[in-house]
Design a protein around this ligand. Sequence first.
Ligand code: HEM
Length: 750
Amino acid sequence: MDSSKPVKAVKDAVGAAAAKVAEALTSEIPGKPGSAPATVEEPTTPHEPLPPKKEQGTPDARTPTGAGTGVPAALKAQQGAYLTTSQGARLRDTDHSLKAGPRGPILMQDHHFREKITHFDHERIPERVVHARGTGAHGVFTGYGTAEGVTRAGFLAKGKETPVFVRFSTVLGSRGSADTVRDTRGFATKFYTDEGTFDLVANNIPVFFIQDAIKFPDIIHAGKPHPDREIPQAQSAHDTFWDFVSLHTEAQHHTIWNMSDRGIPRSYRTMEGFGVHTFRLVNAAGETSLVKFHWKPKLGVHSLDWEEAQIAAGVDPDFHRRDLYDAIEAGAFPEWELGIQVFPDTPEETFAGIDLLDPTKIVPEELAPVQRIGKLVLNRTPTNFFAETEQVAFHLGHLPPGIDVTNDPLLQGRLFSYVDTQLTRLGGPNYPQIPINRPHAPVNDMLRDGFHQHAVHAGVAPYRPNSLDGGNPFTTEENAFADLPVVVAEAPKVRANPVSFDDHYSQVRLFWLSMSPVEREHIIRAYTFELGKCYEQAIKERQLRCLANVDPVLCAEVAKGLGLPAPEPAVPLAEAQPSPALSQVGGAWPPDGRLIGIVVDPAAGLGDVAEVRRAVFAAGMVPLLIAPHGGEVDGTPVQRTFATARSVEFDAILLAGAPVPAPDALPARDAKAGAAGPATVDPRVLLLVEEAWRHAKAIGAWGAGETVLREAGVAGTPGVVTAGSGADALAAVQELLAAHRVWERFPATV
Ligand code: HEM
């Protein structure tokens, strides 16, 4: 395959998009949104991994013009021939401050120095109070038209394309924390619809820790680092977290999801997303339905192994961010389908006995299938991380006509919290005017003034009715968001939950029973690890009492690991029907964007590696050549050296050669080899293979590569294939990849 083609396709598309953007920018009126950003054509196969972008990408069409100058701000930066001050005066020197002689003090009058340093001093804004660590990407959502019976939201119409911006995140860690920690992931999507922005602020776990938003500060205070020493960072493995979740037993359902493989996703591309709450949809006839939103990844739901997650946090703290951007920039655009579970809008707001207002409960897909209503494709990385990913502001109240909220007490609290926090985080009430937050629907509001006002509003009468400004700003019934006349029951003011919210264990058991043996094993290990990191015996014992109410085997195994007795259940074990849809094991998934590490021995030449690389590209995956040194081998570029490669990065390993130990190889392995004599294969390659094997990844070898398998002691084991040619080894590995991992390699004892 000619791998230059997709690159060209992308470049051409970017060029065309940039032209459109320039056109939009010159015609833009400050304060009014411009046209939607152009989208980049989708290439069909990945291409060579690219170095990070050097030139500016496609600026957002809605970037405001430079105040007063008519010069588009995003295009101005570092693109002109001359460096200027913020006021446009050309600079002849930006490297020396103005001093009283070369050895004298800096003069107060040095306005360039003051401007440069003052701006720098104020570059940082507060990080998000939760979900501080995140990664964003642009894309397109296309409606299938299948939701038309239940909602009149226009962006869901058949074939309708809507630009989107998605931000993925972890919850607990600071902005610079590692990506692969055990945590819930945010999956927030901003749909720039023609009828106003819709924000679907979702997580990768379908339930939440608490049932009432008033406890949100409590769970977050418990999960964040301890206030005295500010450790641990981005971890739930500490006393205050387990103190909270064992005292607030409604948190047990969310917690078992965190302890499962869902807490350590392989990639943002392989995560489901869930709106968690029940929403209310309204169709053209005014009829309502209750729904839960789901994102289904095209690549399936896959996770890391816990050891892999820990190694990745050290060797590549940006693991998920890099994976997302590499995939998009390689043309392997991530895809999800949006789905809904639909329930009749009855006065009880229940379905199959499940309270739809309780955010700690799911409705199993076997009871209410997920109906697909549209497709999301992420096809563009941010041009400027701060401007887009840091400044994007999501809010559950951003709803187009046809989508409404319910009385879920967690949802109700969220409706207040997001705007409130953004007022501080983004410095005042005009953050909806920041380019990434601007709606694509025309805006005609009467909001005025305030910090960082970018619009130059004409007229004298921002109120209605008025008789001065060329007619009233009309309100209209047509396509307007209508507040549904939902009956709010006449009831006393109380601080209380419905009785149905008291069931804290039946769905925790449902989740446990739905897991395959290997997934249960992982859950046991996760609880054992996390509780093992707690200091307080009373907290461990209390959490064991919670686990006893979930399942005796789970409780006994964790208790064994902690060296504590397993308590008896305090409530009868729930009669729960497993939901097979919750298990990640099973199914065959496309290999798109998977990373295949190919180990070569330059001394022996590349053999058929060039052909194998072409086949990897053709299958929609990305090959990375791993050699003892950088540069090229037989004219083929080396992407990773033995010093920079670590197994966690690859989904599968191909061994095309058996490189001998190099002088700079680690000596440890030679020493370990002891009586068997020194290793004949570079110890770094053996480490790569041993780790890949331990993490149940597919490994293929041919020719001299088989020596590596023998030396690593993994030859002939499940998921380790040898073949007569590179093409055959790749074919066998690709087949194994469809299941994500070689599951038989994990010991499953429960
Ligand atoms: C179902 C439960 C919840 C889900 C799915 C959820 C999801 C999210 C996501 C995905 C973000 C990151 C947004 C971004 O990328 O900018 C976020 C941020 C945030 N969430 Fe939630 N959240 C939930 C519950 C709550 C509750 C109950 C509150 C408070 C009452 C809350 C307050 C916040 C705040 C303050 C932020 C930071 C927003 C910002 O600074 O822009 N969340 N949440």
